[in-house]
Design a protein around this ligand. Structure first.
Ligand SMILES: [Zn+2]
Length: 111
């Protein structure tokens, strides 16, 4: 596993053998970087995967909304239209829940 270095100025996390000469995000010099412990690094890797899953869930929920809108347009019969309307509401909740969680991670500096 590569080493991780965190910029103490902007919290950018760099992956590599050593800290970069300058932070790719804020331009701070190498001295501003701290090497993360293995435990901290593992946390970052597992939160990366968790964030990817949240993002995929958001995309799938958006796809459900698209499909349900198409179904409403086709308008085969009222029960189908009702079901699609419910699907839109439910997918919206799923999407917003994952988005809120992602935003929470970002403000807590989890990744
Ligand atoms: Zn930085």
């Amino acid at each position: 596993m590569a080493k991780l270095f965190k910029c103490s100025v902007c919290r950018f996390v760099y992956e590599g053998e050593e800290a970069p000469e300058f932070c790719p995000k804020c331009g701070a010099p190498r001295e501003k970087f701290e090497e993360l412990t293995e435990e901290q690094a593992n946390k970052i890797y597992s939160s990366d995967r968790t964030n990817d899953i949240h993002m995929e869930i958001v995309q799938l929920a958006m796809r459900i909304i698209e499909l349900a809108k198409e179904g409403i347009e086709i308008d085969l019969d009222p029960p189908c239209v009702d079901l699609f309307k419910k699907a839109i509401k439910e997918a919206w909740i799923i999407k917003q829940r994952s988005k809120a969680e992602l935003e929470g991670h970002m403000t807590k500096g989890k990744f």
